[in-house]
Structure formats: structure tokens, C-alpha cells
Design a protein around this ligand. Sequence first.
Ligand SMILES: [Zn+2]
Length: 119
Amino acid sequence: MNTETIKFFKQELMGRMDQLLFQTEQAITEFMAQPPQEIENIDRASSNADQAFKLRIWNRENKLIKKVKEALKRLEDGSYGICELCEEEISLKRLEARPVTTKCIKCKQKEEQLEQLTK
Ligand SMILES: [Zn+2]
């Protein structure tokens, strides 16, 4: 992978990171901005569901942020774009579509087949 390509993916990943951090921050701000009396007035069930929903978003975004961070680290140490299972290069097309991926399409498909079998 040449420096231009690395630069491209770095920008791509940084952009995603910014977006994720912004979204998470917004979700948290919204959550915190709820006045206490309002929370008391909503019946407990719906309030809990709301909270669970936000926690889910939060968790999902945290996981994504972690993936983006790991991808950036791989860009730094030069292992970016190499499949973690078979150690072959992941196609640029695949990386462009999914910059945080750590597996080549062949390994990913194999993994999905296995998941289907174990379901
Ligand atoms: Zn592979």
C-alpha cells in the first residue's frame, strides 16, 4: 500500500471517527438534557425502554469507534489492509466500502458460512 492510499484511508477513518464521536456526544447530551421532573412524569416502562434504546446506540457506536481506532493503529504499524486470518491483501474495493474491515472477502464469506451452520 503506497503513501497516497494510506493517506486516503487515514482521512476516511478520521472522518468516520469525527462523525461517530459527534453522534455519541449528541445522544448523550440529549439524554442528559432531559429535565428530572420530566423523567418522573413519564411512566417507568417507557422511560426504561428509552434508556435501553439509547444505551444500545451508545454501545454500538462505542464498538464502531473502537474499530476505527484499531484500523488507524493498523495504518500506523503497516498491517492495514492485510487479512488477519490468511494474511493476504484485502482488495482496495472492499476497503473503500468498509475501511474498518480486518478480513478479506474470502475469509469473511467463510466466516459467514460457518455462522450459518452453527445457527
Ligand atoms: Zn483472508
